[in-house]
Design a protein. Structure first.
Lengths: 439, 439
């Protein structure tokens, strides 16, 4: 991604609708607006009805054009939003026109990348824009909104500046007491490092829940053939009104759909019944079913006969054992096995409650800010490890302050990476490429 | 549809994208904005960064809110456009919030309906908004844009006022000369009526082309099994880069996709080979193939043997006879039969030219305004018929001016229906229901 030129992209999904929005950002925005509408100046932030004209002067569309002058725009550059009728052929013609006049089709996430480059947001905030756009629940929207508005960045910057204070004090100490070790100083240092590590660790503690809301969990229906897995799949799908999306399976036998349970996106996979298969197509299905089961966060293991259920079923952390068809046989199997009947619907509510319990979802707290990406978790895990190493060196009365200083500098470095103050190009590109074109 | 209350809808397609736009129109817009953003007033037409707050005061999203004061808005009422992050869960939450505060989910086309009710556009313009949003080509976009900007309305209103002038002169004539028929007056009247009818008829003459661009044509591949229909289907699909959309068939054996030929949307249907089928599934396929063939605008009748092609093939107006597999047999069949080879691609360009010729598409003229809906055509056909009847009465020296006046009033009435000055409720509803929600 190159800053400096003028980029353009559709910011709304492809489709026939009331309105489509085209975004334009960079130094050429004023010139391009003049060339396409004939208007030499736009009042800042005022929606202005303008005819978009083709090269031969025909009206492509009558649009609302809003100009946002640099630096007070989303990207920090001159930016325009062109609101046309929601028609793909209009959008394509306007895009072609602008590209013909020198604009460049934006890469995915490039508008947000420019906001980052121009200091409108840090990397944690930019990451949250991607998570927000992809958010599937109110709960995750709240979490990401708080990060975009700066809650996490403020916390991280506070930790970072405490660390930098500590480091400069330490450098000072190293200057004045090169020889004899000041035990009292080392005690105090250890306490302060420990306090910072606690702050980092309490942020790390929010990751499980944040990731749950942001990425969701997978739930695989598994078991012998004809025990009612697909019936159960359909029941769960119909039972929960908050279906986010359903799409045909990518593999022959695994079909899946996504529901929301307490705000957590749960992707449910229906798999082939597991048995010694006879033909090669079924064999492939069984193989995939077993693979799916192994990668699942939670397995719903369905049976229709009490004798088939393994002993000590309750010991398997991520498996829920289910006995189906209890309308026909009145078995009594304990050990946490859920009794259901897909025929009369009994036990389904109990099952859903059990699933929520296994997911371990709690109500999100509005006081907390949640980590929600692996990058955030891994950078802070590094930070905590370096802080831990520094604290241990203090406790062991390390005589060389230099190595403590080294660990603290590494810890600060992890925060810099997290905030995008120093981050490798490819990591940055990866974050912005996760965003859609036009954002 | 009820005017008077405040309506709300998403104006952009459902999906994950940079931006989503929510529209709000009616007397409650200011109150609703205050209740959701806390801001008591918005500057007219200025895009203002605002936090949308849930009932409990949490930020749902940081959005751009633009307020358009009545009457200078799309609907003529107070209107707001709320531009949020392009995320369905945010859009749904904002819609729920606004509906909870008293807004009503808009019906399809209701924003444009309000523009019509409030005199911002007539029915012909409103109809063109629907056609524009659904437009699949640059050419049709141009045609509809001209109608929206008022070109057709100006023409129709000019014709209408000429008619009304004529009518009031006629009424005057009826007052002053109740008894004796003024032949010179009748001659003049006939000429003027005829001139108006000519104007109407030349508009009617634009319908074929206008409808072609607006509705497109259907093209059905037909023929015995295994002559290469599906290969040809794929070749045409790949040959034309301007594929608008392709979707899996709704019926078992008919699959279709849409391409643009010279700006005309051409939907191509591949059908089952026609033969005495053995099993019931194939029988159904053959039945559907025959049905499709009968309803097609143009049939591509494909053969792989020269002897199978009917005599006098050139006489069928809407059929193009095609001899495939000419790479293997070098037959020489005349009579307008197109020789192709799906294997080496020869003859495909000739075929495409022939298809364009059959469609009869001409380059659209920027001087003309085109009728493009059946409603427009049928109202103007009525108008022309009434004018013709009036002219005939004049030529026959009808002694009763009253009956001439009746025909002219009917002609004017057709124009009123067309422009929506007097139009039945169900016709109006039908026009607006063709639009999407949020427009």
């Amino acid at each position: 991604m190159n800053a400096g030129d003028t980029i353009v992209a559709a910011a709304t999904p492809f489709g026939y609708s009331g309105v489509a929005v085209i975004r334009l950002s960079g130094p050429g925005v004023s010139r391009l607006l003049e060339q396409t509408t004939g208007r030499t100046s736009y009042k800042n932030r005022v929606a202005t009805l303008s005819d978009l004209l083709s090269k031969t002067g025909e009206t492509i569309d009558r649009s609302l054009v809003t100009f946002f002058a640099s630096p007070r725009s989303y990207t920090g550059e001159d930016l325009a939003e062109i609101s046309t009728h929601g028609n793909p052929s209009i959008v394509n013609e306007v895009l072609s026109l602008l590209i013909g006049l020198g604009a460049r089709q934006a890469d995915p996430g490039e508008f947000t990348y420019r906001a980052f480059i121009n200091g409108k947001m840090d990397l944690v905030q930019a990451e949250a824009v991607a998570s927000l756009v992809g958010s599937k629940s109110k709960e995750n929207t709240r979490i990401q909104q708080k990060i975009i508005s700066g809650d996490l960045s403020i916390l991280l910057n506070r930790i970072r500046s405490e660390l930098l204070d500590l480091l400069s004090a330490l450098e000072h100490q190293m200057d004045i007491s090169e020889e004899d070790l000041d035990l009292e100083y080392i005690n105090q240092l250890e306490k302060r490092v420990h306090r910072i590590q606690n702050d980092v660790d309490s942020l790390l503690g929010t990751f499980k829940m944040g990731q749950l809301f942001n990425s969701g969990v997978s739930l695989v229906l598994s078991g012998p053939p004809n025990v009612g897995k697909s019936s159960l799949f359909n029941l769960i799908a119909n039972d929960d009104r908050a279906i986010v999306s359903d799409q045909p399976g990518t593999t022959r036998d695994v079909i899946d759909l996504e529901i929301l349970l307490s705000g957590v996106p749960v992707r449910i996979y229906d798999t082939a019944g597991i048995r010694g298969a006879e033909n090669s197509v079924e064999k492939e299905g069984v193989y995939r079913a077993i693979q799916k089961r192994q990668s699942a966060d939670i397995v719903l293991s369905v049976y229709d006969s009490p004798n088939a259920i393994p002993q000590h079923a309750e010991r398997d952390e991520n498996i829920i054992y289910i006995l189906n068809k209890t309308d026909t046989h009145k078995a009594n199997v304990g050990n946490g096995v859920i009794h259901i009947s897909c025929k009369d619907g009994s036990g389904i509510n109990t099952l859903l409650i059990k699933i929520k319990e296994k997911i371990g979802v709690e109500k999100i707290s509005t006081d907390l800010t949640y980590l929600s990406t692996k990058r955030q978790f891994s950078a802070l895990t590094d930070c905590s490890r370096f802080l831990g190493a520094a604290a241990t060196l203090c406790l062991n009365r390390a005589s060389d302050l230099e190595i403590i200083s080294y660990e603290l500098r590494e810890a600060a470095g992890s925060l810099d990476v997290l905030l995008g103050k120093t981050t490798a190009e490819d990591i940055i590109n990866n974050i912005f490429n996760n965003l859609c074109v036009g954002k």
